[in-house]
Design a binder for this molecule. Structure first.
Ligand SMILES: [Zn+2]
Ligand SMILES: [Zn+2]
Length: 117
């Protein structure tokens, strides 16, 4: 008999800033079945469902290093700058990021509009 735990013990990753909700298979810095990969941060990781390669995996998100909420790696939800920061904390502590990062974020915000001069 195979254990049928697929619905109950499924670990779910829920981004607190967008409505992303997806199962993850591993949380940490060294995903299993990977040869020499060590991630820069502890991440929520899932196997890449679209790849036959067993070493392929996707990083879903991570916990914000400031407020510790889980956030996805989407550009609108978090950035990685030495550590993971959710957008809430980025906006709160914007002045503590280097101007290069501030510029990049400003660009992203503006990207829907055109005519930057
Ligand atoms: Zn998100
Ligand atoms: Zn945060």
């Amino acid at each position: 008999m195979e254990p049928t735990t697929d619905e109950v013990s499924q670990n779910m990753f829920n981004c607190q800033l967008c409505s992303l909700s997806t199962p993850f298979t591993y949380y940490g810095q060294k995903p299993p079945n990977t040869r020499a990969i060590v991630l820069l941060e502890e991440c929520f990781v899932t196997k890449d469902p679209f790849s036959p390669d067993r070493e392929r995996f996707l990083i879903l998100g991570s916990n914000c290093s400031v407020c510790h909420i889980p956030v996805c790696v989407g550009a609108g939800c978090s950035i990685f700058y030495t550590k993971r920061f959710c957008m809430q904390c980025v906006n709160k502590h914007m002045d503590q990021f280097p101007s290069q990062i501030q510029d990049e974020l400003a660009k992203k915000k503006r990207s829907s509009k055109k005519g930057v001069s």
